[in-house]
Write a protein that binds this ligand. Structure first.
Ligand code: F6P
Ligand code: MN
Length: 439
């Protein structure tokens, strides 16, 4: 274990902090939306999943209302129902173990406003899933699916602009100089970065889409990239040996962000900078907009049915998936309440699988929180230091800052940014393309 002294963890016990406001205001709104949605749709869900689902909706509503009350009155967390025999991604044991270890460390049960922010927020999604899972006909129901699908449909113009661009770059690849290729690739990393600006949990499940062509704003947005390791990233990509160009992509949100990620990966594949890709989605409905395997497959199919560049590119994605150059790998570790410094202990198989990649790309704010332990690091802490015991292989974080820690800034940089924008670390307007090679 590295010798790392730890700052405190971000916590909702800190009244007025973003963590506090999330648990006090944002999470109850997300829960209320799920409750209202299930109650409103109970008849149509009954028609779709059978009569028992209609009654089931009422049970789920009652469980979720109970949880909302527990949250708002700062009650103890509960153990999760365990084991869940038909759930291949049953992680209730890990959740209950985290509960027990909290009790043995602090001598009391975790509570909504006393546990860490990361633990509390992740726990809410585990409980939403459990509430559905306990109702047989609704066990695989995703209450956020409609929103995720709508956010993609509403982003159609931006998606078309993106796929047109990918298609024109790919068809001219052989005529590009290395410098031109570099410019294209790095721009697509930026598109994937800004694709993360919008997620459905920051808007408490309200509407969120990418309405405009993001490509035309890249230049203007570049000064908002507060850590930009793009040049180092390019050096790393071009120096990979030909038989070791395997990328692991830890996905974040469905919708425009997912399309931007897959477009980036398409350029890397077509340019030969990547030869194989493993995609890691979530295994339960998560932080409203996070992509599950079925969202990923739906996205590919949906785009494939488009005429024009979108259809062509999604057809490429299907063939990558069917010939095995792209793999989808599910792991239950992503939806536990643990940060990534715990991965080698709690999920050694996942850790060793990730360690074999040439580069792991972590998308989004929550992944960044889990990479850095969600601790109150001073902003000029070295990224490698904040990763603590998580050192699998070179890794890249691509995230807009939406409340989690920010590390790797220059001394004084955060002060300068704050003087321009007080909310810079929560509003998603500032981004990071941050590499750690552990060298
Ligand atoms: O989809 P992302 O980028 O991981 O963001 C998830 C959101 O949830 C949070 O982690 C907490 O609500 C925010 O920090 C962030 O806005
Ligand atoms: Mn997300």
């Amino acid at each position: 274990m590295m010798d790392v002294s730890h700052p405190p963890v971000l916590s909702p016990s800190n009244i007025g902090s973003f963590a506090y406001l999330t648990v006090k205001d944002r999470l109850p709104v997300i829960l209320t939306r799920v409750i209202d949605y299930l109650y409103r749709e109970r008849i149509s869900l009954g028609l779709k999943y059978g009569e028992a689902a209609q009654e089931g909706c009422k049970e789920v509503v009652s469980r979720l209302s109970q949880m909302k009350n527990e949250m708002q009155t700062n009650k103890d967390f509960q153990l999760l129902w365990s084991p869940q025999p038909n759930n291949p991604y049953d992680d209730s044991e890990i959740w209950n173990q985290q509960f027990e270890s909290y009790v043995s460390t602090y001598g009391v049960s975790p509570k909504w406003f006393a546990a860490s922010w990361l633990y509390a927020e992740c726990y809410m999604y585990a409980r939403i899933h459990e509430a559905l899972y306990l109702c047989d006909p609704l066990r695989d129901f995703d209450p956020f699916e409609e929103q995720k699908q709508k956010s993609l449909v509403d982003s159609q113009i931006a998606v078309e602009a993106l796929t047109d661009k990918v298609s024109s770059i790919c068809s001219a690849l052989s005529s590009h100089t290395q410098d031109q290729l570099k410019q294209h690739v790095l721009k697509f990393f930026e598109v994937s970065l800004w694709g993360n600006k919008c997620d459905l949990s920051i808007s408490s499940g309200g509407e969120c889409c990418q309405a405009e062509d993001v490509f035309s704003s890249l230049e203007k947005l570049r000064s908002n990239i507060i850590v930009n390791d793009s040049n180092m990233l390019w050096q790393l990509l071009i120096s990979l040996p030909e038989d070791q160009r395997d990328i692991a992509l830890v996905l974040d949100n469905a919708g425009f962000e997912l399309i931007s990620d897959l477009c980036l990966m398409t350029i890397l594949m077509e340019a030969g900078l990547t030869t194989s890709l493993t995609l890691y989605p979530k295994t339960r409905p998560w932080f409203v907009s996070d992509a599950l395997e079925k969202d990923l497959r739906w996205t590919v199919d949906k785009l494939r049915s488009n005429s024009g560049s979108g259809g062509q590119i999604a057809t490429k994605w299907s063939s990558y998936l069917s010939d095995g150059r792209w793999k989808i790998c599910n792991s239950k570790f992503w939806t536990t309440g643990y940060d990534y410094a715990e991965m080698s202990k709690l999920s050694p198989d996942l850790y060793s699988q990730l360690s074999k990649a040439s580069l792991i790309i972590f998308k989004g704010d929550l992944n960044y929180r889990k990479l850095t332990g969600d601790l109150e690091w001073p902003t000029d802490t070295k990224f490698e230091y904040a990763l603590q015991d998580f050192r699998p292989t070179p890794l890249l974080a691509v995230r807009t800052a939406k409340g989690g820690p920010v590390v790797g800034l220059l001394p004084g940089q955060s002060k300068t940014i704050s003087s321009v924008d007080r909310d810079w670390n929560i509003n998603g307007d500032y981004g990071m393309i941050q590499l750690c090679t552990f060298s």
